[in-house]
Design a protein around this ligand. Structure first.
Ligand code: ADP
Ligand code: ZN
Length: 518
């Protein structure tokens, strides 16, 4: 069987060998097992269901939320001589009917469909006529509330599969899943004893770093100027910010294009092409850019603002270095950016439960921005891998700043949090430490705490920052929920008892920025 698969890999795609995981996944499917495959972006997921589709009788259904990618995939398959089509809102009524008719006649090996189309009555009757050996579900994390990109339309998948006259094999694919999300995918899709395949999340050719408090425009200009032959992506949070950063780079004579949802299809396609073929060295974009672009020689990805969760960050940053060459991923962090993300969550359409999950993800992202641990380790552990050693090349690993003993300050802050009994948020703890006379504080009697005013010489922003640093280092924990409160973790106790020293690499801002640049 694997010989046949290998033969197809060569004949259809022209590749000599399977990549890590592909052979296992394909043979699992061919042995009739449900599958859950977590492969990094660019890892070659498509081949894992396309090859089985060519070996199995009937038409494989591919469920995907990414309409723009469907067309690319189907065009590529057709060029390779594999009959494939898609059903989504981009088709005209007559094109749609044409595809339905041919699908009913069994003319396709693969049929791509958007999840929200599954419930259409026309599709239900089509299903009666088709022979479907396999359903491949792309971006399967969308089925999970715990994922970063939950889509209600994915929720219908399991019951929909359950209604089919003969249950096909189900193979779920995603690039980003924490262990919690992986488990949820398996449950929500009712996978039968799936063959679970997870590759390592570490990308050894990426050097990650976080730059805090820099003059972002200036930093970015210098960063790009110092890499005159390199191609890179700059992600910004809003269209307006993309416009302004792009304008600024152009003024510096840097060949840059821009990409966001406010531009016409032609403008976006043009920008993407120019970037892909190295006519423009830099693309400034919102997160609308990147899905399905497969440019191998992206040497750096700079985030001008922090995204809302680690999944998004790593997915975007991971567009650097697809060719395996050394590449850099820089997060420009300013604590104001947190407010932007919080606002987006609060104003979003999600229900309360989902918002609480999003906020929780945002806190983890903030911890990433502030941690002094190895950044690669931080991310990989987030995705559930244990026992990873420090990468040796990230901003933390290379940071030679000497650590200062800050145990005393930590004790003061932790003790204040302890006295406030996990009932208040970070902002209010900061006010108590500052010795604020605000009404709430007096009303709650918090001015009578022995820790009241212990940081009166600090400004409040720095106290907040200090508390979040203690969160990032694991001494404090911010609760889930829409009104998060802060409390002690088990690591706080030894510090309070004087049994554990707290060290911090505290350095003047300027020095931080300069070091990151050199
Ligand atoms: P994903 O969907 O996992 O992001 P793709 O399926 O788009 O990744 O594959 C990424 C790239 O790798 C594509 O250009 C694909 O043709 C290529 N590829 C896939 N499998 C192999 C292989 N075994 N050998 C070489 N290249 C491969
Ligand atoms: Zn590291």
């Amino acid at each position: 069987m694997l010989d046949q698969a290998r033969h197809l890999l060569k004949r259809v795609y022209g590749y000599d060998a399977f990549r890590k995981g592909q052979a296992d996944i394909i043979s699992g499917i061919m042995e009739g097992r449900d599958t859950l495959a977590i492969l990094p972006t660019g890892g070659g997921k498509s081949v894992c269901y396309q090859i089985p589709s060519m070996l199995l009788e009937g038409t494989t259904l591919v469920v995907s939320p990414l309409i723009s990618l469907m067309k690319d995939q189907v065009d590529a398959l057709n060029r390779l001589g594999v009959p494939a089509a898609y059903l989504n809102s981009a088709l005209s009524a007559s094109e749609y009917r044409d595809v339905l008719r041919k699908a009913a006649g069994g003319e396709y090996k693969l049929l791509y469909i958007a999840p929200e189309r599954l419930d259409a009555p026309m599709f239900a009757s089509l299903m009666e006529q088709m022979q479907i050996p396999l359903i491949a579900i792309d971006e399967a994390h969308c089925v999970s509330q715990w994922g970063h990109d939950f889509r209600p339309s994915y929720r219908q998948l399991a019951s929909w599969i359950g209604r089919m006259k003969q249950r096909p094999l189900v193979a779920a694919f995603t690039a980003t899943a924490t262990p919690e999300v992986a488990k949820d995918i398996s449950t929500m899709l009712s996978l039968h004893e799936p063959n679970v395949f997870v590759t390592g999340f570490a990308r050894s050719n990426l050097s990650l770093s976080v730059v805090t408090g820099a003059d972002k425009k200036r930093y970015l200009k210098e960063f790009i100027a110092q890499r005159p032959d390199q191609s890179g992506i700059v992600y910004a949070a809003t269209r307006k910010e993309v416009d302004s950063v792009h304008e600024e780079l152009r003024r510096q004579g840097i060949s840059a294009v821009k990409y966001h949802g406010g531009l016409s299809d032609d403008e976006r396609a043009g920008a993407q092409e120019r970037f892909r073929y190295d006519e423009a060295r830099v693309i400034v974009a919102t997160n609308a850019f990147g899905m399905g672009i497969d440019k191998p020689n992206v040497r750096f990805v700079v985030h001008y603002q922090m995204p809302g969760d680690i999944e998004s960050y790593y997915q975007e940053a991971g567009r650097a270095g697809r060719d395996g060459e050394e590449s850099e991923c820089v997060l420009l962090f300013a604590s104001q950016d947190i407010q932007v993300q919080r606002f987006l969550i609060e104003q979003g359409a999600a229900d309360e439960g989902r918002k609480a999950i999003q906020l929780n993800k945002l806190y983890t992202m903030m911890n990433y921005a502030r941690t002094e641990r190895c950044l690669q380790q931080f991310i990989v552990e987030y995705f559930g891998e244990a026992d990873v050693s420090p990468c040796g090349k990230c901003g933390s690993c290379l940071d030679e700043t000497e650590a200062v003993d800050v145990t005393g300050e930590a004790q003061k802050a932790l003790s204040c949090v302890g006295r406030m009994k996990g009932r208040f948020g970070v902002a209010l703890v900061a006010k108590v430490l500052k010795g604020s006379r605000e009404k709430r504080i007096i009303e709650f009697g918090l001015d009578r705490l022995t820790t009241y005013g212990l940081f009166q010489d600090w400004n409040e922003k720095d106290i907040v920052e200090w508390l979040y640093w203690l969160v990032a280092e694991g001494y404090l924990r911010v609760s889930d929920g829409t009104y998060p409160t802060v409390g002690l973790t088990s690591h706080a106790l030894p510090v309070l008892e004087g049994k554990r020293q707290v060290l911090q690499k505290r350095k003047p801002l300027k020095q931080r920025v300069v070091r990151q640049l050199s």
